[in-house]
Design a binder for this molecule. Structure first.
Ligand SMILES: [Zn+2]
Ligand SMILES: [Zn+2]
Ligand SMILES: [Zn+2]
Length: 144
């Protein structure tokens, strides 16, 4: 993976030393390689008896604002509630089972390395590996 070469954070401008994954100040993702998905399904699925597979629940969601179509990062605690877009100030209900709501991805904390992982919905219910540390994770089948 192309590691962060060191330099000013593209979001907040603070100088960040090389090989960081997230900006220490604003948590912006610095490793472009992890932007789409920071998990992958390993080509060899190890037997669960010998490899510990930790079930990890989403801590939040990357949702498209229905008003301005920009991506919002929303904590799981707002699920089912009315939320306000920070860009356009439009309000909508964070109803995860609503088909018209475009949930791009969810995020969760890797239990092995504590880094924040981003995973698209296709990984729901999948046994995956963290791209950062290689640790094995199992995501539950539904977003809730
Ligand atoms: Zn930053
Ligand atoms: Zn908006
Ligand atoms: Zn990890």
């Amino acid at each position: 993976m192309p590691a962060w070469p060191g330099g000013p954070c593209p979001k907040c401008g603070e100088y960040m030393p090389e090989h960081l994954i997230h900006c220490r100040t604003c948590r912006e993702l610095l490793n472009e390689d992890l932007k789409q998905d920071s998990v992958e399904i390993p080509s060899f699925i190890p037997m669960q008896e010998i490899e510990s597979m930790i079930e990890v629940h989403a801590t939040g969601f990357h949702v498209e604002c229905p008003n301005c179509n920009r991506e919002l990062r929303i904590s799981r605690k707002y699920a089912g509630q009315r939320v306000k877009c920070k860009f356009c100030r439009g309000q909508f209900r964070l109803n995860l089972s609503e088909k018209s709501l475009n949930v791009h991805a969810f995020f969760a904390q890797c239990p092995h390395c504590d880094e924040e992982l981003r995973a698209s919905r296709k990984y729901l219910g999948a046994k995956v590996a963290c791209k950062i540390c290689g640790g094995k994770i199992h995501f539950p089948a539904v977003l809730n």
